[in-house]
Design a binder for this molecule. Structure first.
Ligand code: ADP
Length: 256
């Protein structure tokens, strides 16, 4: 089954083209990593899937459902129905570089908010799911603390639990480990690896090439707002795959 289908996506910011002619399908259970130089459009692509950005052209379908963009009076795509968008968006979990947890809420409150507000889940049920997820990310004992009491790695594990609480069809990770101290990167990657092994459909923007190689079914290499090549990790990381990929990998500091 096709979990995500991006059809001919273009995204412009003013005159600047951030994405052009992006076609990509991610099937259920697949793990797809996006790699490429800074500014190549990886984050914009994820944000179009989560509807944080409206493409300038093209369409995004989640489990076959479009959110129906409308063309406004100046010819720009806009969101047709906020209710429909909210429904489709609730299938997409996203984890950001800077966690984006609510600072004034406890860990537990951060996790139950989405299911209660968006899914109208009874509080008891939301707490039950949250506690299960807190155990899964190894942070049940932190449930009544506030994000500022936690390390960066712990905050990101909570952010993952919060996204999972919505029972999404796909999880998007936008440089989820880039803001972490090096010693905290692994605890987050391990949670992501566990999700992949459980069959979660995932799209991952990462600079951790070793991890991308290990976890991905397919790797997408982007440059200048376009998908340059897509392949299995072995294909993409093979030294003779594509000179642009090779150059990108050689320029990474440090090589991993
Ligand atoms: P990546 O994630 O690969 O680093 P981005 O998707 O963040 O790339 O950015 C792609 C291009 O779009 C870059 O040139 C960036 O400067 C531009 N861009 C991204 N977001 C905005 C924005 N909100 N306004 C203007 N330009 C943007």
């Amino acid at each position: 089954m096709e979990t995500i289908k991006m059809q001919n996506i273009q995204k412009k910011y003013g005159d600047k083209i951030a994405l052009t002619k992006v076609n990509l399908t991610v099937n259920k259970g697949e793990v797809v990593s996006l790699i490429g130089p800074s500014g190549s459009g990886k984050s914009t692509l994820l944000r179009c899937i989560n509807f944080l950005e409206v493409p300038s052209q093209g369409n995004v379908l989640i489990e076959g459902q479009p959110i129906d963009y409308k063309v406004n009076s100046i010819g720009k795509l806009t969101i047709g129905s906020k209710i429909k968008m909210s429904k489709v968006r609730s299938k997409v979990g996203m984890v950001f570089q800077h966690f984006n947890l609510w600072k004034h809420k406890t860990v537990l409150e951060n996790i139950i908010e989405g299911p209660m507000i968006v899914k109208k889940m009874p509080k008891e049920k939301a707490i039950e799911i949250a506690d299960e997820l807190l155990n899964k990310v190894g942070l049940y004992d932190k449930r009544n603390e506030h994000p500022s009491d936690l390390s960066g790695g712990q905050q990101q594990r909570i952010a993952i639990a919060r996204a999972l609480a919505m029972e999404p069809s796909v999880m998007l990770f936008d440089e989820a480990t880039s803001a972490l101290d090096p010693e905290m990167v692994n605890e987050v990657l391990q949670i992501m690896m566990g999700l992949a092994k459980e069959g979660m459909t995932m799209m991952i923007v990462t600079h951790e090439m070793g991890f991308a190689k290990q976890v991905s079914d397919r790797v997408v290499f982007m440059e200048d707002g376009q998908i340059v090549t897509i392949g299995t990790p072995n294909e993409i990381f093979a030294s003779n795959n594509n000179p642009r990929v090779t150059k990108f990998l050689q320029n990474l500091q440090p090589l991993s």
